[in-house]
Every structure is written in C-alpha cells, then in structure tokens.
Ligand binder design. Sequence first.
Ligand code: FMN
Length: 155
Amino acid sequence: MPVIIILKSEHHGNTKKIAERMARALKARLAEPDKIKITELNKYNLIGFGSGIYHRKHHEDLLAFVDKMPCMKGKKAFIFSTSGARKMPLVNNFGADLKEKLLAKGFEIVGEFSCRGWDTYPLFVRPFGGISKSHPDEKDLNNAEAFAKSLKVQL
Ligand SMILES: Cc1cc2nc3c(=O)[nH]c(=O)nc-3n(C[C@H](O)[C@H](O)[C@H](O)COP(=O)(O)O)c2cc1C
C-alpha cells in the first residue's frame, strides 16, 4: 500500500532527517505541502505529517495544508515532529493541534513520534551554539526507523 509523508523542515533540516529515515523504512514518497495537490492524496492509505515545532505548534504550512483537506474518513495518518525541548505530556504537548485537526478531518491516527532537534531560535542560546545540538542523533534516527517499521502492520 503506497505511503506518503508530508513534511516541512525549515529551521535546520532536523525533521527532514527523521522523515528520510521513515520514508526509507516505509518505501514512502516525501513531499512538501506546497509541492503536492490534495487530490493526489487519494492514492495513499497511510499519510505521515511532520515538521519542526514552531511556537509550540507544527509548522503553519502543514496546518494550513490539513485545513484545506476535505473529509478523509477511512485514511490512516501518523504524526511526527522535532523540537528544541523534549515533548512531554501536560507540559510540552507539541502536536496536539495537528492531531485535533486530523481527527476532525476523519483520519485514524495510528502513531506519533517525536524527538529533539537542534534549536538556535532563542537569542539566549545562540552564544552557546543552540540547544539539543547533536539531535537528531543516531539513536533518534534508529528510533524513527523502528517507529516507521511498527507502522508497517497498518499497510
Ligand atoms: C521560530 C521558531 C520557533 C520555535 N519554537 C519552538 C517551541 O515552541 N518549542 C520547542 O521545543 N522548539 C521550538 N523551536 C525549535 C524547533 O522546533 C527545532 O529546532 C526543530 O528541530 C526544527 O525542525 P526543522 O529543522 O525540521 O525545521 C522553534 C524554532 C524556531 C525557528
């Protein structure tokens, strides 16, 4: 079953590294939101949505792309992100906004993945070269691959 991953990775290409590892494991196509027509999604049963976290949310282009979708009942989705701070339920529940939008469109969410990504956005971290500097690291990439392989049962 064909899989597509819709990806926006703007800050340091952190999420792109994760997405590429997932795409390899799932033999998935990778596409940016502005490079694909929503009607093209018809041919995919499993669709991944990922980006860095910007001001506690997924990238606005990704959220806008989802807003434009018609009802997607019967389709499966997975969500992923990278962020300077670790995602933590209740404290940093990054991804909740995207999940809510996808559920409202009728998607079944079959998995979520997140890891840290090199972040040089806050001014106070720049003199030190940023935070989460080495991420995604090999362990993050291996975790992403294992996550993607776990989704194969959905295909
Ligand atoms: C404008 C901006 C806002 C950000 N906001 C957050 C945030 O709210 N929480 C967080 O943990 N990281 C935040 N970050 C860090 C990014 O989420 C992190 O560097 C991520 O890995 C970027 O992914 P990318 O390289 O794929 O774009 C922000 C970065 C930028 C540039």
